[in-house]
Design a binder for this molecule. Sequence first.
Ligand SMILES: N[C@@H](CCC[C@H](N)C(=O)O)C(=O)O
Length: 301
Amino acid sequence: MSATVEFAKMNGLGNKILVVDMRGRGDRVTPAAAIALNAGPDTQFDQIMAIHDPKAAGTDAWIDILNSDGSKAQACGNGTRCVVQALASETGKKVYTFQTVAGILNAIEHEDGTISVDMGKPVFEWDKIPLAEEFQDTSRIELQIGPIDNPVLHSPSVASMGNPHAIFWVDRDPMSFDLGRFGPLLENHPMFPERANITLAQVTSQSSITTRTWERGAGLTLACGSAACATAVSAARTRRTGREVAVKVASSPNQGVLTIEWRERDGHVIMTGPAEWEWSGTLDPSTGAWSRDAAHGAEAR
Ligand SMILES: N[C@@H](CCC[C@H](N)C(=O)O)C(=O)O
């Protein structure tokens, strides 16, 4: 088995993704390698999407997802679009079925280059998100931060898209909140035994929402696809919007947009948006030592 594997530095609306080709190997990208890669400015990332050989018939690949702190994630919408684009540019195939710890993901690359991912059904049961306390109605739970009689953020909707999300509804631009300060407190709040991704969401019309996300295991991010999905279903559930919305990601370059449809017929959430390749290289999945392909300027760390 070779010591190194190929990887691509990509992004989904600015969400920094490393797509690592682990096919034909029995090992995994180690948490130590993830932490080492994230320490360098060029390879800093939010998630690693490691493509492994398929484990189930009818699937194209098993995807292992790591956050930049080395922890595992069960879902990554922006990263899944990056995997589709990486594989489609290699094979020309447009339709994919992936398996992750959270289940099966179907995805398709469209003629215009955008990619749709069927993110499956959202989960609203308190013990499956999971929360530490029982709530019958998870569309608005008791949780707040800031002064007790004048909280800065309060009463989030919570949902799982395979991974746990809390959505705080705000009435002004999410960029005007100090999410860098409140994010870590909320991510690690005792209400969330497996931590949570924290999103601020401003509903701007029946069909548009502006978001900003603090990611579990990765911190302030330029975009988060599963958070956009959790936000869209929570907005529809609480009748703030209809079932099809444009989620504008406030912090993403050019304020990119994801289209999210919470499909009536089967309850699945379909996320559509772009993916962008930046450069490629090789890395050692056990240590994180890497080098950039010569075609893009030789560089090694
Ligand atoms: N950026 C991702 C979500 C990443 C996973 C998250 N940090 C977690 O631990 O659940 C996306 O686009 O969905």
